[in-house]
Design a protein around this ligand. Structure first.
Ligand code: GDP
Length: 195
């Protein structure tokens, strides 16, 4: 699906560090522990890949991966760490805003939501940032293997309700489980199909 190497490219701490905007990119955002690394691993079929962005020192960076020659996958720092120092939080929020509003080749953001918890206030903050930057975003429910069908419906209803007030939200919600592999091929196809 992605012709060419899938590899960690670099961690970026300032706009000046972004790689050349020579191909489409998608970014992944989500609260810490939402299952972002697991999803990126499942998506790329490379176990060690997202571990690269979870090593100490890399967690506050914008991490770039190549998805073949024609796509970048961008792993945004996890948010909602309870103990993160305010100065750090402000620093990455500034970079995040600059990135989202300034990156011409960014086609879609995937906002990961834990299927057990639904959308939280910090998720809505990111969604509002995406609205302001006019970046289309799509919600991806993670860890769906952990919820019963009935509870899943309730979460989907909550998510749909919240998305209706976000103009940049893409209406289709993806249901995924990195553990079981559910929804991974669909997500891969969506990324490959963007133009
Ligand atoms: P990150 O902090 O967002 O990168 O989250 P991780 O990918 O490290 O996952 C956080 C925890 O959730 C780990 O213990 C994972 O094993 C677990 N996890 C992630 N995805 C799934 C999933 O699809 N199903 C289940 N059952 N557990 C998952």
């Amino acid at each position: 699906l992605f012709a060419g190497p899938i590899d960690f490219l670099k961690g970026v701490v300032a706009m000046s560090g972004l790689p050349p905007a020579d191909r489409l990119e998608v970014c992944f955002a989500g609260r810490s522990n939402v299952g972002k690394s697991s999803l990126i691993n499942a998506l790329t079929g490379r176990k060690a890949l997202a571990r690269a962005s979870n090593t100490p020192g890399r967690t506050q960076e914008i991490n770039y991966f190549t998805l073949g020659e024609e796509r970048y996958l961008v792993d945004l720092p996890g948010y909602g760490y309870a103990n993160a120092p305010l100065a750090k939080v402000e620093q990455w929020q500034r970079l995040l805003k600059q990135y989202l509003s300034g990156r011409q080749t960014l086609r879609r953001a995937f906002v990961l939501i834990d299927a057990r918890h639904g959308i939280k206030a910090v998720d809505e903050e990111i969604m509002s940032l995406l609205d302001s930057a006019a970046v289309t975003f799509q919600c991806v429910l993670t860890k769906t293997d952990k919820v019963k069908a009935k509870d899943r419906e309730a979460v989907l209803k909550q998510v749909r309700g919240k998305l209706s007030s976000h103009p940049a939200a893409f209406p289709e919600i993806l249901l995924t489980s990195s553990e079981k592999g559910d929804g991974i091929a669909t997500l891969r196809a969506i990324i490959a199909g963007l133009d």
